[in-house]
Design a protein around this ligand. Structure first.
Ligand code: G16
Length: 543
């Protein structure tokens, strides 16, 4: 096996975002683009000599080719072993699990998550640490620095490895171990949850639909929900992973999970509906006629997690990203446990989980997870819901309504303005940042501002500080508007406006969240002058 050293030059814009480097697929396919970034990962993590890594992803377009390049680069730089999911498939939580259970030095996940796939869509590469979680800011910072000074990379000249069959293959001195992507993950789920109780629920006539959106969770959901738990064949929709996700947008929300929405809002809806995203870490939960917001789902799970075997002893603490609704805080207060508020990005939960400060955490962006891995986990959330429904004997709607009656309801929505001009968006933030101190006491659409600030986070475990993590305007009475720029988009800037209002009123249960938050949305516009800066009068997505 010959090892080639290829001369290259730094390529602009290889700064990892909220979750790895995400760009247009064609950008990743340009000469040296992927190779430069991978070599920079090696530099950022102190080299791969003698290391064992995990490799897999959501199977999107260009994944098979990218996996072969990464294997050849790992072999050229002296890696000992790479554990690869069959056909380069691994859901993000399954990759996290393998990184941990096989005691590896980390892993590379090929995914752009919920972004569409295809030659004209998106691709992504992310490095996860040996704890199974996304690399922390110091590591991604070193990777980015390396991309700015790279002069060459090493790659082995050798045949592609056949990734279609489990087994061990040699690539020079490195072993490529191809594994079934589902087995270890399914075993972990069986340990965490009471599969017998869920099986009894299902055999008693409980029905469900899980929309895998032609993404990576299909084989996992088939094996677990239909195979091990006995859900009727066909309960898993769109189960076959496709490189372009069947032309869809693998984002589990009411807009993109159309088939599921139609089934759950139809005349004879199943008892439970769920969906997951491109790489299987996000989830969406529905009851008949009811979309459960990710923030509410997180709060309901935290309130009831003790009903599942893995969490029977209770939760050490919980955490949510700052823009996520404070429904979770109410549960934590009642249970007398800590509730941490972190910046957006799963990587910020890593230290809290490793340090045993929290057991469960989640985000408004459809991510929920626990200390079982170091990524959010879509199917895990589905199984925890099923375990809770089996134990309580309640339906989704009853459980959520009971929760609101007990803890109050936090109306919540996120409005996204996509593909806006990045410079204008920055101007908008600079303008608002400059006015934050003067907002207190002012009235917008009948709401009085109590305080406004820019969110910074000091990690309580290692003391690292993340600044400029979102602008917050808090109103008297508990309402809140948060403004952030997305760190996962690939075109222009995406402005996210998070709206929340709090209600103790039991009659508010049936109220539509968009309607309940319409004055808050007008206040958000007035405060930040969104139309002036972006030219937009309406958001592209109301999630
Ligand atoms: C990633 C991160 C999440 C984050 C989400 C949205 O999720 O892992 O922590 O909440 O992006 O981030 P942003 O608001 O910056 O676009 P995923 O599922 O895309 O990997």
């Amino acid at each position: 096996m010959e090892i080639l050293t290829i001369d290259t030059k730094p390529i602009e814009g290889q700064k990892p975002g909220t979750s790895g480097l995400r760009k247009k697929t064609r950008t990743f396919m340009e000469p040296h683009y992927l190779e430069n970034f991978v070599e920079s990962i090696w530099t950022g993590i102190g080299g791969v000599t003698s290391k064992t890594l995990v490799l897999g992803g959501d199977g999107r377009y260009f994944s098979p080719e990218a996996a072969q390049v990464i294997l050849r680069m790992a072999a050229a730089s002296g890696a000992r072993r790479v554990i690869v999911g069959q056909n380069a498939l691994l859901s993000t939580p399954a990759a996290s699990n393998l990184i941990r259970t096989r005691a590896t030095d980390g892993g590379i996940i090929l995914s752009a998550s919920h972004n569409p796939g295809g030659i004209d869509e998106d691709f992504g590469v992310k490095f996860n640490n040996s704890n199974g979680g996304p690399a922390a800011e110091d590591v991604t910072g070193r990777i980015f620095e390396a991309t700015k000074s790279i002069a060459s990379y090493k790659i082995a000249e050798t045949q592609n490895v056949d990734l279609s069959q489990p087994g061990e293959y040699a690539m020079g001195d490195m072993v490529v171990e191809v594994v079934d992507p589902v087995e270890a993950y399914a075993q972990l789920m069986e340990k965490l949850f009471d599969f017998d109780a869920i099986r009894r629920l299902i055999s008693g006539g409980f029905t469900m639909r899980f929309d895998a959106m032609h993404a990576v969770t299909g084989p996992y959901a088939k094996a677990i929900l239909e195979g091990r738990l006995g859900a009727a064949p066909g309960s898993v929709l769109n189960a076959e992973p496709k490189p372009d996700f069947g032309g869809g947008h693998p984002d589990p929300n009411p807009i993109w999970a159309k088939e599921l929405m139609a089934a759950m809002n139809g005349d004879t809806p199943p008892d439970f509906g769920a969906a997951s995203d491109g790489d299987g870490d996000r989830n969406m939960i529905m009851g008949p006629g009811l979309y459960v917001t990710p923030s509410d789902s997180l709060a309901v799970l935290a309130a009831n997690a003790h009903l599942a075997p893995a969490y029977a002893k209770g939760l050490a603490g919980v955490a949510r990203s700052m823009p996520t609704s404070r429904a979770l805080d109410a549960v934590a207060a009642r249970k007398g446990i800590d509730c941490y508020e972190t910046p957006t990005g799963w990587k910020f939960f890593g230290n809290l989980l490793d340090d045993g400060r929290i057991t469960l955490c989640g985000e408004e962006s459809a991510g929920t997870g626990s200390d079982h891995v170091r990524e959010k986990d879509g199917l895990w959330a589905v199984l925890l819901w099923l375990n809770i429904l089996a134990e309580t004997g309640k339906g989704v709607v009853e459980l959520v309504h009971d929760h609101w009656a007990e803890y109050g309801r936090n109306f919540y929505t996120r409005h996204d303005f996509e593909g806006v001009d990045a410079d204008r968006a920055t101007e908008m933030f600079d303008d608002l940042r400059g006015r934050l101190d003067s907002l207190a006491g002012q009235e917008f659409c009948g709401r009085i501002v109590e305080r406004a600030d820019e969110f910074s986070y000091e990690d309580p475990v290692d003391g690292s500080v993340a600044r400029q993590q979102g602008l917050r305007v808090m109103f008297a009475g508990g309402g809140r508007v948060v403004y952030r720029l997305s760190g996962t988009g690939t075109v222009g800037a995406t402005l996210r406006v998070y709206l929340e209002d709090v209600s103790e009123d039991a009659t508010a249960q049936d109220r539509d969240a968009q309607e309940a938050l319409s004055d808050m949305a007008r206040a958000a516009e007035e405060i930040a002058r969104i139309e002036h800066y972006t030219g937009r009068t309406e958001p592209d997505v109301r999630a």
